[in-house]
Design a protein around this ligand. Sequence first.
Ligand code: GNR
Ligand code: NI
Length: 171
Amino acid sequence: MPKLKILEFPDPRLRTKATPVDEVNDDLRALIDDMFETMYDAPGIGLAATQVDYHQRLLVADVSVDKDDPHVLINPEILEKDGVTVTDEGCLSVPGFYEEVERAEHIRVRYLDRNGTELELDVHGLLAVCIQHEMDHLDGKLFVDYLSEAKRTRIRKKLEKERRLQADEVA
Ligand code: GNR
Ligand code: NI
């Protein structure tokens, strides 16, 4: 299975609002498998389709230590949220930067699984944080949007400089 290329901030494609999946078919399941491979390889605990330039409402996550608890959420909707938790968040699309973000500690989410079956799940802790982070991606939002403009600009400039240096190395 091919690994997918992950878009990096400030790539404007990360600002795309994803549209609902209308059919859970074998093509979508092949993409899901590629997304898991890409996420585990990175390594990361979650990946939204937006990050691999596929603009449909689909995310994968696995926050387990042994990487044996994969979740696929298609067309996810948050039904309830409560509590507050602060997490040092990172993002595969903002490599190397970690900042505290406040999210709901508990969510109840409705979604389709990889068979197209509608499910509801109560989620707490890191998985709840991860699902909220991934659902933001599906709306074109990044964790850096919760930071001050000064911090976001500093991160953008550092990533742009790194990218220029990488381009020079190849030239
Ligand atoms: O790998 C990831 N770690 C992480 C840590 C704290 C809060 C959210 C995340 S998600 C991130 C992978 C990613 O960028 N998903 O979109
Ligand atoms: Ni992310």
